[in-house]
Ligand binder design. Structure first.
Ligand code: FEO
Ligand code: CA
Ligand code: CA
Ligand code: CA
Length: 548
């Protein structure tokens, strides 16, 4: 089966050129404002002003390396003029925390660890648009709250008993997602606490549910969604309020998963949804060579998940297969703690570093970015390039457009790269139609069905052409619009020096886009000061919807 073609969506902006400027470049007729920099106040306190903070001070700040985010409406407020923004902080911006950069986590003092851990996690801020059209944080809002690497978290689901009873910290909060009941899912992209190695490993690598309205449960690590280097979540719901959450494991390589909740969610009673993520089935995707695919349940006793199971290991990294490893899955908690191994045992396809997944508003397509995997040596149909330096995007379609489907069809939507790289081997030129890029990472289909892609080609010298840096070929990391029908790529935004572009949220009228600028290295956003990761606002100067 072949996925049905998506409609073509017109877009009117004049694409911007690739560049290496230390600024955010947007099309003519657009404007950029900085909304929330690392070190700005989230909770009441003293913001960053050039000195180095104590942990108690830094706990109130916006953390660093802003990544995934979601916008939430507030009842009684015009959602196009104000709401809540929940933002992930993947890593500290160490340059504003310590004079000498990151302390060695093994020898760091308790205070140094606490400062580092203050700058990861999540921040929720109430924001509003002023009369001049510029957005700002509402200081003192009761919703403004930090969840950090020092905060205490609950755990639920069948692996919760293997975790600490009160878990210290969430960290490596890469990308995120939302639920149909208005909570925020922050994704831990590390299965160990590398900032505080004294913490038990099994406490990390989970999806953490946070209620930005602070009505439902306290922040909870939902173990039923599995433990791996989580990138983001994206949900598909059907007309009966049944829902699946799609998730990628950003590993070299990693699998693609979905979690299907056992029961329908309630649209009328939020509180009934508080344990939705504790009851369901986790599946791993298997991509067959003929364009079909299937979901295999990661359930103890099924698909080889038994005592004495055989994990084939990472079969993609060497033409000589690794020695298989025996693994014991005694119960479902073992499956959830060792999800990476369970997925391989069950026959999941190991992909070229799955980053974000996004679901079309009409459920007709799911897209996943496979950012790159230069260590791939053995290809398969879904991962067709050895030394995949520039990544690709896969599109799949659930049978019947249903979140409950056990089968799907798939195609390679595009292979990233650039024609300048033709002749350097490994098909590095790719097949992008229009503005080229490397290493797709953020991907999101907005409510009008328009596909946006953000890049992270953050590894220097990885272009495949020793005479040209990756920036000399692609420019700095950027955000693109891609027409789903023609696959035409148009560069919408270019970030400042050294940054990665990640995170995309918007108001319901699509007139305000929120984008994150992660780890800039020049002196953006404040000339003459330390660079700081930041959330920016992109608007049209004529107040029309972005991209119209
Ligand atoms: Fe934190 Fe896989 O990006
Ligand atoms: Ca990412
Ligand atoms: Ca990345
Ligand atoms: Ca990153």
């Amino acid at each position: 089966p072949t996925p049905t073609p998506a409609p073509s969506y017109s877009i009117s902006f004049a694409p911007v050129a690739a560049n290496m400027n230390d600024t955010v470049t947007v099309p003519n007729g657009y404007t950029v404002d900085v909304l929330l920099k690392a070190g700005d106040s989230v909770e009441a306190g003293t913001p960053y002003s050039g000195g180095f903070p104590t942990a108690a001070v830094a706990e109130k700040w916006a953390g660093g390396n802003h990544d995934g985010m979601e916008y939430y409406e507030l009842s009684g407020t015009d959602a196009n003029g104000g709401g809540l923004l929940a933002i992930n902080f993947e890593l500290p911006d160490f340059n504003i925390l310590f004079a000498n950069g990151q302390p060695d986590p093994v020898t760091a003092t308790a205070e140094q660890r606490a400062v580092s851990l203050s700058a990861v996690g999540v921040g929720v801020v109430e924001i509003a648009k002023g009369a001049d059209g510029k957005w700002g944080v509402k200081a003192g809002s009761k919703y403004n709250k930090r969840y950090t690497g020092n905060s205490i978290y609950r755990a639920s689901g069948r692996a919760a008993g293997l975790l600490s009873t009160s878990i210290k910290g969430t960290l490596n909060n890469c990308s995120s997602g939302r639920t149909p009941w208005g909570t925020y899912l922050t994704c831990e992209e590390s299965t160990e606490n590398y900032l505080d190695p004294s913490q038990p490993e099994e406490n990390y690598g989970w999806v953490v549910e946070i209620d930005p309205y602070q009505e439902l449960d306290a922040a909870t690590k939902r173990t039923e969604l599995g433990r791996f280097d989580h990138e983001n979540t994206a949900y598909m719901a059907d007309s009966n309020s049944r829902v699946a959450f799609y998730m990628g494991h950003d590993g070299t390589p990693g699998c693609i998963y979905k979690f299907v909740c056992d029961r329908a969610f309630s649209s009328s009673n939020r509180a009934q949804n508080r344990d939705m993520l504790d009851h369901g089935t986790l599946y791993v995707a298997r991509f067959n060579a003929d364009g079909t695919g299937e979901w295999r349940a990661l359930v103890q006793g099924q698909n080889g998940l038994v005592v004495g199971a055989t994990d084939p290991g990472n079969v993609s990294q060497s033409v000589t297969p690794p020695a298989p490893v025996k693994v014991d899955f005694n119960n479902q908690a073992d499956v959830l703690i060792n999800t990476i191994s369970a997925a391989r045992v069950a026959g999941g396809t190991v992909m070229d570093r799955p980053e974000w997944i996004t679901v079309a508003p009409d459920n007709s397509a799911v897209f996943v970015t496979l950012t790159n995997n230069s260590s791939r040596r053995v290809t398969d149909a879904a991962n067709p390039r050895t030394v995949n330096r520039h990544g690709h995007i896969i599109k799949f379609k659930e049978e019947g457009n249903s979140p409950l489907a056990m089968k799907f069809s798939w195609e390679i939507f595009l292979l990233a790269g650039d024609p300048k790289l033709a002749g350097f081997g490994d098909k590095l030129e790719g097949n992008i139609n229009g503005d080229t890029f490397s290493s797709p990472d953020g991907i999101r289909i907005d409510p009008k069905g328009r596909l946006w892609v953000q890049t992270d080609h953050s590894v220097p010298g990885s272009s495949g052409d020793s005479a040209r840096t990756i920036e000399q070929i692609f420019g700095q990391n950027a955000m693109f619009y891609i027409d789903q029908a023609t696959k035409k790529s148009s560069r919408f935004l270019v970030g400042p020096k050294g940054c990665e572009i990640t995170g995309l949220a918007y108001t319901p009228d699509l007139k305000t886009f929120f984008v994150n600028i992660q780890h800039p290295t020049g002196d953006w956003p404040v000339s003459g000061q330390q660079p700081r990761s930041s959330t920016i606002v992109v608007r049209r100067t004529d107040s029309q919807p972005v991209g119209n």
